[in-house]
Design a protein around this ligand. Sequence first.
Ligand code: ATP
Ligand code: MG
Length: 497
Amino acid sequence: MSASSGPEQTPVAGATPAEPDSVGLHDLPATVVYSGATADQSTAPDQPDEGTLAAGALLKHFRIVRLLGRGGMGDVYEAHDESLERTVAIKIIRAAGDISPADHARLIHEARSQARLNHPHVVQIYYVGLEPECPFLAMEIVRGTTLAERISQRVLTPREIVRISIQITEALRRAAEMGIVHADIKPGNILLDEAGIAKLSDFGLAQRNTAAGQRYVGLTGTPRYMAPELLTGGRNSIASDMYALGITLYELTLGRYPYSQTVTTMQEQLDLHRSADVEFPHHWPDDVPRGWKEVLARLLAKQPEQRYADYSQLHGDIRKLQPTARLPAAIVPRAEAWLIDMVLVLVVLGVSVLSEWALRFVHLGLSETVASGLAHFAANVIQAGVFFLLILAYGRFKTTPGKRLFQLSIADVHGLPCTPMRLMLRLPLALFPISLGIVLDFFDRLTVSLSLWLVGGGLVVSALWLVLNLSSMVIDKQRLALHDRLLGTRAVVDHAR
Ligand code: ATP
Ligand code: MG
């Protein structure tokens, strides 16, 4: 059995209730292995036609329509709420005989923890049926798939992965604010609706984030997603949830488990978390931003204190990787912004040319020709220096007056804001006629005929550059200019992220 399959899919909870928490769990036995954790049950959702409730059966005012899926613990049905006249999902415990008090308590606990979280990215709980013989919960129906199914299909783009991660992080941030630790984060517990909106579910193992609120003592969670510190007596916490989220997001991004070692026992599976190194591919996928690897590595740190301190920090880092609108900027506003920037830079450089006049008056006892040559050279150096300062300012402020005016920005191939270095390389290329002029200006005093050649040559090359750039933008779907092709950048419509 490889690390990516097997019984470790099923959640386990070594449960000894500590202080009774507000959910009123007082009768949990010393040790519980939920849902008889077997490999077969982890594949149960593949046989959705074997539900224990028949279509038409009535649970309170919910009429069963059909089986939607099967989890480690129970079955989920589509049902019709005859009171509110709407479709809901009903979760019941699947049991051969009597339902154990622990399973009963867990379902009610799931309903109550989840119901407290009124959040767009948490599956909403509508009702909990407390009947001892058939406890159930009614919840929002999510028409779509689980993230686990999406991972196996490998259909999500990095842009979608970032969006889903932000949504789940927001749900977890809300849970953390309410002192709730999920304790069973995994792709099977995240649902995606038809519009691709992610919803966190399955708060059956959720715990209060306080020592007094600890619900289970011992191992809780799904072994495949368990943080290393849980194996050495640590309790479920935001940090252990982050680790589980790290494995989930790793699988989502790379389509495989972060550890490739083969495991045959539960203990070996748990040891992987403790001692195996997370394996990142040698060649990082071109379409995934590099920063994403750092986010995953931090979530998957072996030491809990090396992970993110809270979800706001994580959220902030993921947001930085959220692509800007990839709407390519149209040629006309780009040209106008470019012209404004060209004129402004020329005006600033013009001021530095004045320095040549000033310097001519400083003769220092030199002949007229030498003094004027030196003044020209010094003015050129000042001009190049001023241009360099403008480039540095662009790297610092990441925009130009022209771009601001026309709401344009420069993104990289992932649609992310460019690094300052790339922006600084781009500016002299985008203002190529000016850069060329500054360089040629150093030589134009050598001879009169050379000067003429340089001016003429400079104008021809600049005109050629302009024509080629315009053609490139017209032909290309992304409206890429030559320097954008060279640097992997693109001008996009500025967009609030
Ligand atoms: P485990 O108990 O191992 O976490 P699981 O998460 O796969 O198992 P459940 O949460 O019980 O199991 O759900 C079983 C299946 O039912 C899910 O995989 C999903 O396909 C479907 N399902 C669960 N909740 C909903 C819902 N609110 N709307 C639609 N389908 C759902
Ligand atoms: Mg589940």
